[in-house]
Design a protein around this ligand. Structure first.
Ligand SMILES: [Zn+2]
Length: 306
């Protein structure tokens, strides 16, 4: 698919140090790419030490969502980027628009470890993923709030939610028990929030408020009105850039009020349905953001379903 090939705009933000500095030793870079998978979530993390992490993989064409982002977008994207192996796939929570595409990634790409919170899955995708994982001898790992992931010696990865005793209450237990984690590389950090909502937010603020300050926020739950953009959450997070993963949908994501709240906080808001795939490269001090936007007439996949 040609869609992602066209680099539309490269906006450099505070990028002088990253681009111009005549490095005496090769710079170690962290790259985070939030991939436009239509309605769903998918981010690729390429750690400075070389390990690769995929956080969700969009939908997989099973069940209520007929769109197969895994085959159509994620696997071809990884291959185009030269990613031959994913060391870890973090499945934020077992909903189709997050883990559906994981089935196609584990089928087509070498994967080291599947990571989830152990929260019971109701949708068929999860079982299908586990069947392939067993056949291919892929390791499984369960994480909970407080865990530190030592996957790169220069980065800190800390899990902030869910707790071992799962969160109950709220609109959706699965959403509320999304894996929320913070990735920090020196002065630049990313907060990944899955589809976590209010109840998760309360616990995170209660136990980990000092970990929330971030440069980039992957806005939870596709920017819905239940996303973690409450003032009591943003007061701690204060993201410079907020990224909403969203495609055409019938729920009204992202909510206008969510975007307004983020903008009122002075956060720059990007959204995959308008800005395409968003790539951030950082040396831990400065960062450069660029966008990979599909040709307008090729953007058929963003619909996903209706
Ligand atoms: Zn979702």
């Amino acid at each position: 698919m040609k869609s992602f090939i066209k680099y539309c705009a490269a906006i450099a933000i505070f990028a002088s140090g990253l681009i111009a500095a005549p490095a005496k030793t090769p710079q170690k870079l962290l790259t985070v790419t939030v991939i436009d998978v239509g309605q769903g979530d998918c981010s690729l993390i390429q750690l400075p030490g070389g390990k690769t992490v995929l956080v969700d993989a969009g939908s997989g064409g099973v069940g209520w969502n007929p769109f197969d982002a895994g085959t159509t977008i994620v696997v071809p994207f990884l291959k185009r980027m030269g990613v031959k192996r994913i060391d870890y796939i973090i499945m934020s929570h077992p909903h189709s628009d997050h883990i559906g595409g994981v089935r196609l990634v584990v089928r087509d790409i070498e994967v080291g470890t599947l990571v989830d919170s152990g929260f019971p899955a109701e949708e068929a995708d999860y079982e299908m993923i586990m069947e392939i994982a067993e056949k291919k001898d892929i390791a499984l790992m369960e994480v909970h709030a407080g865990d530190i992931l030592n996957w790169d010696k220069d980065c800190e990865m800390k899990v902030l939610s869910p707790p071992a005793k799962y969160i109950m209450g709220g609109d959706s237990h699965a959403n509320e028990n999304s894996i929320v984690f913070k990735l920090t590389y020196k002065d630049v950090s990313f907060l990944f929030t899955g589809d976590a909502e209010k109840e998760a937010g309360k616990q995170i603020v209660r136990f980990y408020k000092d970990d929330l300050l971030c440069t980039f926020l992957k806005v939870s739950h596709h920017g819905s009105k239940n996303s973690l953009t409450y003032n009591w959450f943003l007061d701690w997070a204060q993201p410079i850039v907020s990224i909403i993963c969203v495609g055409q949908n019938t729920w009204g994501h992202p909510h206008r009020g969510t975007i307004k709240t983020l903008e009122d906080y002075g956060s720059l808001v990007y959204r995959t349905d308008r800005d395409g795939t968003i790539k951030i490269v950082t040396d831990g001090k400065t960062y450069k953001t660029s966008f990979i936007v599909p040709e307008e007439d090729e953007k058929d996949y963003s619909g996903g379903y209706e």
